[in-house]
Design a protein around this ligand. Structure first.
Ligand SMILES: Nc1ncnc2c1ncn2[C@@H]1O[C@H](COP(=O)(O)OP(=O)(O)OP(=O)(O)O)[C@@H](O)[C@H]1O
Ligand SMILES: [Mg+2]
Length: 289
């Protein structure tokens, strides 16, 4: 693995201590802290007491079957979903504090989804400058400079005048990543950024994410790309049915899973043509990944 090793997460908490030095240390080394997070939609409890920390510079891949709560967990980090209980911290800011400057903290978080959500009527360059000028109040010239730098980073500088419809899915996703980077995020959340792509386009997007990881970007990535997780993640978190079932290094969780549920999931992901007899019910094949 080529990634720099992230700083260890200190056991101290960002907010509960009056000691200013401890606070400063926690702020520097803990990017995301999720504590006893629960989330229900009506009577459906989809996150059941999740606690998880992501250190600054750390890459954490979240894996697990469909419906296990991965997207909901990611969306709770920037409060796109409001947790039912528990706490979420981004740096030293508690997202779940009703008095938090939510827009201010969200500006520090980049989010990339499966669908690229580029503005179809704007060129690539304009897609990257619009939020910079509106939200960050950068001048047009400054925004264009930042945009061009980030298009360079994702290998899309030659397409700045193209419209999204003129690009492949992989190119659109790279532009979406560059747009996110143009807001200077301190951490990035990715929700299955390659799962809408044709197989031959997946690699170019993963390569961009890999280079971000090598630069030390803090990233929380929901993905089904096990080879990518194995190579790039500092830590892999396996979720099932609203719980974190197993977490550890990629070599441990993917290479040597301890829990039966992790093994069964990986078996299905890595052998998609194999269906266990136990997965076939009266209603057909149960909930495959
Ligand atoms: N806005 C919502 N309203 C009601 N139920 C929801 C909502 N969002 C998610 N859910 C439910 O929460 C559960 C977890 O969904 P979530 O999207 O987090 O799963 P996931 O692990 O991301 O799955 P996938 O791999 O298919 O993307 C599912 O049962 C889903 O139906
Ligand atoms: Mg999802």
């Amino acid at each position: 693995m080529t990634n720099p090793t992230p700083a260890p997460i200190p056991p101290s908490t960002p907010d509960t201590t009056a000691d200013a030095t401890a606070d400063a240390t926690a702020t520097r080394t803990t990017a995301i802290s999720i504590r006893n997070l629960k989330k229900s939609f009506g009577s459906n409890e989809v996150l059941k007491d999740i606690s998880l920390e992501v250190a600054t510079g750390e890459v954490v891949c979240v894996i697990g079957p469909s419906g296990s709560g991965k997207s909901t967990l990611l969306r709770c980090v920037n409060l796109l979903e409001e947790p039912t209980s528990g706490q979420v911290f981004v740096g030293a800011d508690e997202m779940t504090d009703p008095d938090v400057d939510l827009d201010g903290v969200r500006r520090r978080i980049g989010m990339v989804f499966q669908s690229f959500n580029l503005f179809p009527h704007l060129t690539v360059l304009e897609n990257l400058t619009v939020a910079q000028t509106k939200v960050l109040k950068r001048s047009r010239a400054q925004a264009r400079e930042v945009a061009r730098h980030n298009l360079e980073r994702v290998g899309m500088a030659h397409k700045e005048d193209a419209y999204p419809a003129q690009l492949s899915g992989g190119q659109q996703q790279r532009v979406a990543i560059a747009r996110s980077l143009s807001m200077d995020p301190e951490l990035m959340l990715f929700d299955e950024p390659t799962s809408a792509l044709d197989p031959e386009l997946v690699g170019e997007v993963l390569a961009v994410m890999k280079s971000l990881a090598a630069e030390g970007m803090t990233m929380m990535i929901v993905t089904h790309e096990m080879a990518f997780a194995r190579e790039v993640a500092h830590r892999v978190v396996f979720m099932d049915d609203g719980y974190v079932v197993e977490a550890g290094t990629a070599a441990d969780v993917i290479g040597n899973p301890q829990e039966a549920r992790t093994r069964s999931f990986l078996h299905r992901v890595l052998n998609p043509m194999v269906i266990d007899a136990s997965e076939i019910t009266d209603e057909g094949v149960a909930d495959l990944v």
